[in-house]
Design a protein around this ligand. Structure first.
Ligand code: F0G
Length: 448
């Protein structure tokens, strides 16, 4: 059989509510045209993020009932630790309430003003947490990834030559760690090849610099390696993931992505002294090291999710369903970042709306129009999110795991093609109010 089906059936459903165009116009005005400020009950299809939005399995819900809510030494923690150790090989497994808490603790311990942290592409919270310590976050994507239309198998990797030059120019002692984000979220959800992970690991270790994975979407990345990198077709996703982790000295992880959990994160390392410092900080703001800001039941959900996500049937379906959205948009003439990524499709709004200049936020204009037209929520990944660091003006359609069916995605395709047909009518926006950090979450806009 050729047809790839959702490898699950639905036991519990949530109704979706249609709104009228007038309602959506009012909601948008009240939200300052920022979709983060729109109540979720007014959204029909929510593609804002794949983070924390997964549908949990019956096994995860069952495990939650087993949650041991002891303050210290919870059995749930030890169950999670065994799963994570087995997968990653890291001895120290520190739970946090989500990925950015792991980042904040790691960078607070390792970074200070004058330091530089290279990454293939920093996610927004990663960059902000590094900059908050006074250090500099440097993106070193592959030069060929700049062409959003080039359909290369592993566009998410790091430019290893540029990494070597950075170490040479800035000095090894100013680089407290090197990170690789798998898959590369801000770079279009593109995967990183095992060869690239190995090359970055080699450079890091030659210079004695710790090498970390930002492992949010490690399982999706492992599937791409299996499908696209010579030599891995017979490997299980688990073995590929294990090899990826074995090349690193530690990782940050948001369990809200490839662990199907609605909350949670992890900070892992093999460095005993570092782990001690991290746990001291953890106690200050997150909680005791055996729960780290989570309930025991959350730890259980993560432990089960980390095993489920590596099921080949799930990963085959997951990557195929994202590709399906990308393929139908591209065939309809919408410029997407090629090839389709793992967790999301990115529309190149700069290309789609060339009459809207960068400083008038073409990605935001498209996001607002998609909501107005069809009640779909997406997110701008461009100059609103990254300011002058933005390489492209993108609109991300992130796909929650195990939540939407193919007909939901067909509806999304139809809506976007209809907007594309009258793209010349779309207008730009200006920001009228913004905070100091991470402005995209709360700034307000006005249409021009
Ligand atoms: N790193 C990457 C690559 C991410 O995509 C995210 C979150 C984080 C770190 C932070 O994790 O949210 O648990 O604190 N990305 C979400 C997104 C928010 O929509 O892409 P978190």
């Amino acid at each position: 059989m050729k047809t790839i089906i959702e490898p699950f059936r639905i036991k519990s459903v949530e109704p979706l509510r249609h709104t009228t165009r007038e309602e959506r116009e009012r909601v948008l005005r009240e939200a300052g045209y920022n979709l983060f400020l729109v109540p979720a009950s007014d959204i029909l299809i929510d593609l804002l993020t794949d983070s924390g939005t997964s549908a949990m399995s019956t096994e995860q819900w069952a495990a939650m009932m087993r949650g041991d809510e002891s303050y210290a030494g919870s059995e749930s923690y030890f169950r999670l630790k065994r799963v994570v150790e087995n997968l990653t090989g890291f001895r120290h497994v520190i739970p946090t309430h989500q990925g950015r808490a792991a980042e904040r603790i790691l960078f607070t311990v390792l970074c200070k003003p004058g330091h530089v942290v290279p990454n293939n592409t920093h996610f927004d919270t990663t960059r902000a947490n590094i900059e908050f310590t006074g250090a500099e976050a440097v993106d070193l994507p592959l030069p060929e990834a700049a062409d959003t239309q080039a359909a290369l198998p592993f566009k998410g990797g790091m430019d290893v030559g540029a990494l070597e030059r950075l170490i040479e120019e800035r000095g090894r002692e100013r680089i407290p760690l090197i990170m690789l984000t798998v898959t590369n979220n801000s770079g279009g959800g593109q995967p990183v090849s095992m060869a690239n992970i190995e090359a970055v690991s080699r450079v890091a270790h030659r210079h004695g610099i710790p090498f970390y994975l930002d492992a949010c979407r490690f399982a999706e990345n492992a599937w791409f390696i299996r499908e696209r990198e010579p030599g891995y077709a017979d490997w299980s996703p688990f073995d590929i993931a294990r090899k990826m982790f074995s090349l690193a000295d530690g990782c940050t992880f948001s369990a809200k992505k490839d662990a199907f959990a609605n909350i949670g994160g992890l900070l892992c390392t093999n460095d005993d002294a570092l782990a001690r410092q991290e746990k001291d900080l953890l106690i200050l703001t997150e909680g005791f090291p055996t729960y780290g800001g989570l309930a025991g039941r959350d730890l259980e959900a993560i432990a089960v999710g980390l095993q489920e996500v590596l099921d080949p049937d799930y990963l085959r379906y997951r990557i195929a369903s994202t590709t399906y959205l990308g393929k139908h948009l591209a065939e309809g003439g919408v410029p997407i970042v090629q090839p389709p990524g793992g967790h999301a499709i990115y529309i190149n709004a700069g290309r789609m709306l060339p009459h809207i200049p960068r400083h008038e936020f073409p990605g935001q204009s498209l996001a607002v129009e998609l909501f107005l037209h069809a009640g779909i929520r997406s997110v701008e990944i461009g100059s609103v999110m990254f300011g002058e660091h933005a390489r492209n003006e993108l609109l991300r359609l992130a796909i929650p795991r195990r939540v939407y069916t193919q007909s939901h995605i067909d509806y999304v395709v139809e809506a976007i093609l209809e907007v594309n047909a009258r793209r010349h009518e779309l207008r730009g926006y200006r920001i009228v109010e913004q905070p100091e950090f991470l402005r995209h979450f709360s700034c307000r806009f006005e249409p021009l």
